[in-house]
Design a protein around this ligand. Structure first.
Ligand SMILES: [Zn+2]
Length: 202
């Protein structure tokens, strides 16, 4: 985004207004991704885990309900016969949640040392418009369950972003300077996360 060179109040105002449609478009894009991810949880459907596409294979059985990855290609979903879509989705979401709960603490430990902040608690939840959020006062971060579907570097980027909020509340220059310092390639990861192409500035 190019900021106008001569910054009188009017051009700043017009610049900000000119970006409004872009902001709205990004939000809409996020919501449409959400809609596209509405699935029926039947065999043959594509599902993502850690940035990789897998084919769902539904196995109706009386065994313990669970998920198993097979041949780096299939997600085997063991489920009771005649389970509803909601029940299938619940089992998969619990598996995603388990993965995040297992994975996030090591990232927090690593970045607490590098950034010099401490996180009291993290929680995982479904969020419609945000990948993560941070409650600065309670030093608690929230991570979107959807991140289980994205590459580990996307998950790590969001954790770092939320932890940097413990140094700076707003998305201002100071915030971005911290991001550049701690994670110099954050812009390309952000673009990956939002399915956009990011071109490095020459
Ligand atoms: Zn933020």
């Amino acid at each position: 985004m190019a900021v106008p060179k001569k910054l009188d109040d009017e051009s700043v105002r017009l610049f900000a207004i000119s970006k409004l449609p872009w902001i709205k478009k990004q939000k809409k894009k996020f919501l449409s991704q959400e809609r596209q991810s509405k699935r029926e949880f039947v065999s043959g459907e594509s599902h993502y885990f850690r940035g990789t596409r897998y084919l769902l294979n539904v196995i109706e059985s009386k065994e313990k309900q669970r998920i198993e990855i097979r041949n780096k290609k299939y997600i085997d979903l063991y489920i009771r016969p005649n389970s509803t879509i909601e029940k299938r989705e619940k089992i998969i979401n619990e598996w995603y949640r388990y993965y995040l709960k297992q994975t996030i603490p090591a990232y927090i430990d690593k970045w607490e040392k590098l950034i010099g902040v401490s996180v009291n608690e993290f929680r995982v939840k479904c969020m419609k418009t945000k990948w993560g959020s941070c409650n600065i006062e309670s030093k608690r971060i929230w991570i979107n369950l959807e991140l289980a579907k994205k590459t580990p570097r996307c998950l790590e980027y969001i954790i770092v972003h939320e932890m940097v909020h413990l140094l700076e509340r707003h998305h201002n220059e100071r915030f971005h300077a911290y991001m550049d310092k701690f994670m110099p390639n954050w812009r390309s990861i952000k673009a990956e996360l939002n399915n956009m192409v990011y071109e490095e500035k020459g």
